[in-house]
Structures are given as structure tokens and as C-alpha cells.
Write a protein that binds this ligand. Structure first.
Ligand SMILES: [Zn+2]
Ligand SMILES: [Zn+2]
Length: 115
């Protein structure tokens, strides 16, 4: 599997550049995707230095050598202990999962898991 679509167990959400999203900086609202170009930490799931949330260019800051020059969100950059609250999935993505044939198997699993 490439990085177009995956699942982040830590944040319980779909990730990858195939997933349209909103910047996780509070109140930002910029349209991005959950690919490696936007992830805090610059590595899958945030790697060693990031929180693994997703931020637009205005809300990522390049860390120094000590942290491998990783692009980090404001909180991680300043070493704050608690990450931001993740933004909800965008309606476009929810709609895609509800209707696209590529998600048919997933929908069947969800249905089967219902009590
Ligand atoms: Zn972060
Ligand atoms: Zn932003």
C-alpha cells in the first residue's frame, strides 16, 4: 500500500494524500490533504518528532538540526505537551466513503459490526 490512503490508529482517522482535509490548527480552515506534505513531523504518523496531525504551510515550522529539520506544528515546535484537537473529516470525504465503490467492502464491514 502506498501513502495515498492509510489509517492512523493513534488518531482514529483516515490518512494519506488521497484524503481531503482541513488544517488541524484551531480556526484555520485551510484545505489540505492528509499526505506527507502536510503531516506534522514530516514522516508517516508524525514520525519521531511530530504529533501526526496535518497542517497547512502557514502552520508548520521547520525545526532545527536537532530534530532532523522536521516540519512541525506550532505546539510541537515549541515543545508543548498536548497536541491540538484534530479537525473532523470534511463532508466531501464522508460522502466519498459512503458512496464510492472502493469503500463498498468497508461499508459491509461496518454494517456487519453493528449489534
Ligand atoms: Zn504537531
Ligand atoms: Zn493552517
Amino acid at each position: 500500500m502506498g501513502w495515498s490512503l492509510g489509517y492512523d490508529e493513534n488518531w482514529s482517522r483516515d490518512v494519506g494524500y488521497g484524503v481531503p482535509a482541513t488544517c488541524d490548527h484551531p480556526g484555520c480552515g485551510a484545505s489540505i490533504d492528509r499526505g506527507l506534505s502536510f503531516v506534522c513531523g514530516g514522516a508517516p504518523f508524525g514520525g519521531e518528532h511530530g504529533c501526526g496531525l496535518y497542517f497547512c504551510g502557514a502552520h508548520r515550522h521547520i525545526a532545527a538540526d536537532r530534530r532532523d529539520n522536521a516540519p512541525l506544528c506550532t505546539r510541537c515546535y515549541w515543545g508543548k505537551p498536548n497536541p491540538y484537537n484534530p479537525t473532523p473529516d470534511v463532508p466531501e470525504w464522508i460522502e466519498h466513503k459512503a458512496t464510492d465503490p472502493s469503500w463498498a467492502e468497508w461499508r459491509a464491514e461496518q454494517e456487519a459490526a453493528k449489534p
